[in-house]
Design a protein around this ligand. Structure first.
Ligand code: PAF
Length: 291
């Protein structure tokens, strides 16, 4: 695996690989790699024959007071984990100053409207502008044909897919299903903040979205009823503070009233447990016989 830390060298590597006839995939990450990330790398190998994993803890997507400073960073550990899982062709791990030369964010931002109005948007000021901007920068450095993202961050995936479509990036966007612990908890780098009772109670999130999925697939059409159902598992999780338990459409991510047959909806939840902010979701197609 080549380790590249500056933008020009990354662009040169991508150009070289493309000229050699390779199809390029990028897996953008913030490091602290777990099995969920390794699944993204395996998927990238299926859609391309030159895989870059980027590792960059992006300061501009953390709102003030969030966990930017304590976010786990372990490049050596990440390289080791990647190597064990078959590796990547390139690990692109620029230091903050290579990405933001004057030490803070640049003056240019990429914004996606509408899709950022609900779910995490209102709770994380500036978060999605930080994500869309850094992913645009990673795309410019790595020049991928395809980019692979986890669907645990479903809103992030839909926002980025819309960015790629509206700004003509010409990149295939590949979403990969959430990888879960045995008890259902979605894998996340932030799970390592959890211990003891907080870890046990964190399964309320997956129970919440699994419950929503079951209700929708069994023909329930009132979204408010499903929202109420999604809060029930938290009655057994006193350490958890729910930020939202919401059902939105799969197009503009706006809250849904009644479900329509064939519609794709996303049941999504966010909660803070013992200082960790966790999210989960289920992407569900409303059965064709509903209505
Ligand atoms: O999902 C993440 O890890 C980050 O939001 C991403 C896409 C790497 C951008 O920093």
């Amino acid at each position: 695996m080549k380790l590249i830390t500056d933008v020009a060298a990354m662009q040169a590597e991508s150009k070289r690989a493309r000229c050699a006839g390779h199809r390029l995939a990028l897996v953008p990450t913030m490091g602290s790699l777990h099995d969920g990330h390794l699944q993204l790398v395996r998927r990238a190998r299926e859609v391309a024959d030159h895989v870059t994993v980027s590792i960059f803890v992006n300061p501009t997507q953390f709102a003030p007071g969030e966990d930017y400073d304590r976010y786990p960073r372990d490049l050596d550990g990440d390289m080791g984990r990647l190597a064990e899982a078959g590796g990547a062709d390139v690990v692109y791990a620029p230091p903050p100053l290579a990405m933001y030369q004057d030490g803070s964010s640049g003056l240019a931002w990429v914004t996606v409207e509408r899709l950022t109005e609900h779910l995490c948007g209102p709770y994380r000021a500036g978060h999605f502008n930080g994500v869309t901007t850094i992913v645009s920068k990673l795309f410019n450095a790595c020049q991928p044909d395809a980019a692979v993202f986890g669907l645990k961050d479903a809103q992030q995936f839909f926002v980025l897919r819309r960015m790629v479509r509206d700004l003509d990036f010409g990149i295939e966007m590949v979403g990969v299903d959430t990888v879960r612990e045995e008890d259902g908890l979605a894998m996340s780098s932030r799970n390592r903040y959890l211990s003891g009772a907080a870890r046990d109670q964190a399964i309320a999130l997956s129970r919440s979205v699994f419950g929503a999925r079951e209700a929708i697939l069994s023909g329930r059409v009132d979204a408010d009823g499903v929202r109420a159902l999604m809060r029930e598992p938290f009655s057994k999780a006193p350490l958890a503070e729910v930020e939202y338990a919401e059902v939105v459409d799969g197009e503009l991510l706006q809250p849904v009233g009644q479900f329509r047959a064939g519609q794709t909806v996303i049941a999504a939840v966010a909660a803070r447990i013992d200082g960790a902010r966790l999210i989960d979701n289920a992407i569900v197609e409303v059965p064709s016989w509903v209505g």
